[in-house]
Design a protein around this ligand. Structure first.
Ligand SMILES: Cc1cc2nc3c(=O)[nH]c(=O)nc-3n(C[C@H](O)[C@H](O)[C@H](O)COP(=O)(O)OP(=O)(O)OC[C@H]3O[C@@H](n4cnc5c(N)ncnc54)[C@H](O)[C@@H]3O)c2cc1C
Length: 306
């Protein structure tokens, strides 16, 4: 009887030891496994390829109207919103067929054709709307009283982020809308990084941990963030010991430092991205003019802009 109890104790002890070793090994592996440091990989934009007979053919872009021509277009226009939905639908069909030139031609339209949409302000919001509308086949005009990205859009923190803090809010306030916002922003983050690798990159962000209880809290939060990003994620978050954190950031306050958590988010050059959006909208036929201020809007008897 006594020997059976002793054997049970040994088996239980072995079980606990193996479980602890497996968990410890897992944590050690996650913390110290070899990593591909983002940014050290080959250039995202492939070198130019050569066509038939080894002749290099540079890409050709549609012509964009000069500033004077765009201003003349604006002056000539007396806008009414007409057939905008139908045009948007046909523009999307052309885009799906991969024919950007068709969209550009239809957007530039006849000289006296009215605009479907006037966007006031060429910041991130305005240029995003202008590009979206132009690629749907709408005739778009966008003006900014200053230069593009001269407002808030050149003064942001330059993160392309899902928002770890919004995720915290979603969990603690059980706010489904915040959850959806984070999920959508994480998807958009991927689009930014894929479509504009020359203007955006991954950014490791380190959170210093000054109390032991904060380590599992931040760890769970950043892991949930990785999990939510799913296949859109690049590098998962990890814990750094105090000495590794100090190696990475020697200026960190040493007293009370327990370690640090590192997670990844996106970053971009906000003003160049903004100007790129404006230029792409122009390539799709939108009239894009800076240093033109809207001081008032005139409407006809039906309430339509003239
Ligand atoms: C401190 C700070 C940090 C931020 N960090 C981030 C971040 O890291 N990541 C992120 O995604 N977002 C961030 N944001 C939010 C982001 O920067 C803004 O949401 C975004 O720039 C807003 O763009 P917008 O086009 O609406 O405004 P703006 O960029 O301000 O553009 C408005 C434009 O309208 C023009 N305009 C105004 N009136 C007229 C008129 N009558 N006629 C013609 N033109 C006119 C102005 O000249 C201006 O260019 C941050 C914001 C702040 C304040």
């Amino acid at each position: 009887m006594a020997s059976r109890r002793a054997a049970g104790r040994i088996v239980r002890g072995l079980g606990y030891t193996s479980a602890a070793a497996a968990v410890g090994g897992g944590v050690l592996y996650l913390s110290y496994r070899p990593r591909d440091i983002p940014g050290s990989e080959a250039a995202a934009v492939p070198p130019p390829t050569y066509g038939e007979g080894g002749i290099f053919r540079p890409p050709s872009f549609p012509n964009v109207k000069t500033r004077a021509e765009q201003i003349a277009d604006l002056k000539r226009s007396s806008g009414t919103v007409s057939g905008a939905v139908e045009k948007a639908q046909s523009g999307i069909t052309s885009l799906l067929k991969g024919d950007a030139n068709d969209v550009q031609e239809s957007n530039q339209g006849g000289k006296d054709e009215p605009y479907d949409l006037l966007v006031i302000g060429g910041g991130a919001t305005g240029t995003g709307i202008a590009l979206d509308a132009a690629t749907r086949g709408l005739r778009v005009a966008m003006v900014d009283r200053d230069d593009f990205a001269s407002g808030t859009s050149s003064k942001s923190t330059k993160l392309v982020h899902g928002g770890v803090r919004y995720l915290e809010k979603a969990v603690f306030e059980l706010d489904y809308n915040q959850y959806k916002l984070v999920k959508e922003a994480l998807r958009e983050r991927r689009y930014f990084l894929d479509t504009a690798p020359h203007l955006s990159s991954w950014l490791p962000i380190m959170i210093p941990v000054d109390k032991w209880w904060k380590a599992p809290y931040f760890w769970a939060g950043t892991k949930a963030y990785d999990f939510l990003a799913g296949s859109e994620n690049i590098e998962s978050s990890y814990f750094l010991t105090k000495s590794k954190a100090l190696d990475a950031f020697p200026m960190l306050k040493k007293s009370g430092l327990v370690g640090a958590l590192v997670y990844y988010d996106g970053a971009h050059n906000d003003s160049r991205m903004n100007v790129s959006l404006a230029m792409t909208a122009a390539l799709y036929g939108a009239t894009i003019v800076n240093h033109v201020e809207i001081t008032g809007l005139e409407k006809d008897a039906d309430g339509r802009l003239i």
